[in-house]
Ligand binder design. Structure first.
Ligand code: AQP
Length: 326
């Protein structure tokens, strides 16, 4: 039986953090066992906010290396840089002609990012390019954190619109989001998601942070004025986030962690959480250090070649259907 296709992407907008890892990348790795998996460093998305070209260039390789370090295996998954497969942009243009402005106006991520990055067309139409990323491979499922739910809804809507107008072409993709870890919160503002572009670098724990830095970040985590380690997402968002992080990392139930730390002060609890995370991330850091940049670039170039071949087959069909065929 042919395997169903899974696609997902990640922006090379900076070093990846434990939110990216727990919310998305762990699923990417697991899904390799049962699906035809296609993963992409979506570098064109990274140009939708102000950026430095040299930094972006380096960040792309860093991101690819990190993906391999967490367990994305190029011998089992297709892995490439989005900009090296122009069919993504071509499909995005076609889908743009079918996207109502009202749908884009509702996107909360655009509103949040536009405040910092300015109201730019690229940022505004980002969800259309994301839909094209997924649809150009006729993906059936997309592993993402829950901040991408609105974008996935637009993708499903566009797949349906296209199929209704031009005949069945695209699967309507499912979202795959972990039961826990779908939204890891910032250590500095537990009401906001952990983000690479957080103004305060202490808000996000990076996969490549040193043990010292991780301990410092957890020690400075914002909690509350009580003293009790207890899980309550509403009233104790900071402590609950600090319980979720090691629980997901170590698969230890939150209730066990609460029993363990209920009488510990917040200070000791934070250090224990930091130590669990340091231990959990150590193998990733070791893998990362063992990878060679030049080899990673070669793997990405081979991936782009295969991805172009696959995407071109799909686009030939799409062009014919929309009246742009040869
Ligand atoms: N805090 C989070 N908790 C769980 N999942 C998360 N993801 C991001 N933040 C969290 C998931 O990680 C995948 C890759 O995300 P991305 O880098 O492509 O873009 P993003 O969602 O915009 O992530 P950031 O860190 O907030 O990046 P910037 O600051 O550059 O915008 C996605 O599946 C996402 O859901």
């Amino acid at each position: 039986m042919t395997k169903r296709t899974v696609f997902s992407g990640i922006q090379p907008t900076g070093s990846l953090h434990i939110g990216n890892y727990l919310g998305a990348l762990r699923n990417w790795v697991d899904l390799q066992n049962d699906y035809d998996t296609i993963y992409c460093v979506v570098d064109m998305h990274a140009t939708t906010v102000p950026y430095d070209p040299q930094e972006l260039h380096q960040s792309r390789v860093l991101t690819a290396k990190l993906l391999m370090a967490v367990g994305v295996d190029p011998s089992r998954s297709l892995l490439y840089f989005q900009s090296q497969v122009p069919q993504h942009a071509e499909l995005s243009w076609i889908l743009g002609s079918m996207t109502p402005l009202g749908a884009l106006n509702r996107m909360t991520q655009y509103k949040e990012k536009a405040e910092r990055a300015g109201q730019m067309l690229g940022l505004y139409s980002y969800p259309v390019l994301m839909a094209a990323d997924i649809m150009v491979h006729k993906a059936h499922a997309v592993p993402v954190g829950d901040d991408q739910t609105q974008h996935l809804e637009l993708t499903r809507d566009l797949a349906e619109r296209f199929n209704n107008r031009f005949g069945y072409t695209f699967p309507v993709p499912d979202q795959i989001t972990p039961k826990r870890g779908a939204r890891i919160m910032s250590l500095q503002d537990p009401t906001a998601k952990m983000s690479k572009s957080d103004d305060d670098p202490r808000g996000a724990v990076l996969l490549l942070d040193s043990a010292d830095t991780i301990v410092k970040k957890f020690k400075s985590a914002v909690t509350d004025s009580e003293r009790e380690v207890r899980y309550d997402r509403e009233k104790k968002a900071g402590i609950s986030n600090l319980l979720d992080i090691p629980s997901i990392h170590t698969s230890k139930p939150v209730a066990d962690l609460v029993d363990e730390y209920v009488d510990a002060g917040y200070g000791d609890f934070k250090v224990a959480v930091a130590e669990a995370v340091v231990e959990g991330l150590a193998p990733i850091r070791n893998e990362y250090n063992a990878l060679d940049d030049a080899e990673v670039s070669r793997i990405m170039a081979r991936g782009a070649l295969d991805a172009r071949t696959r995407a071109e087959q799909e686009m030939a069909d799409v062009r014919t259907k929309v009246g742009l065929g040869a």
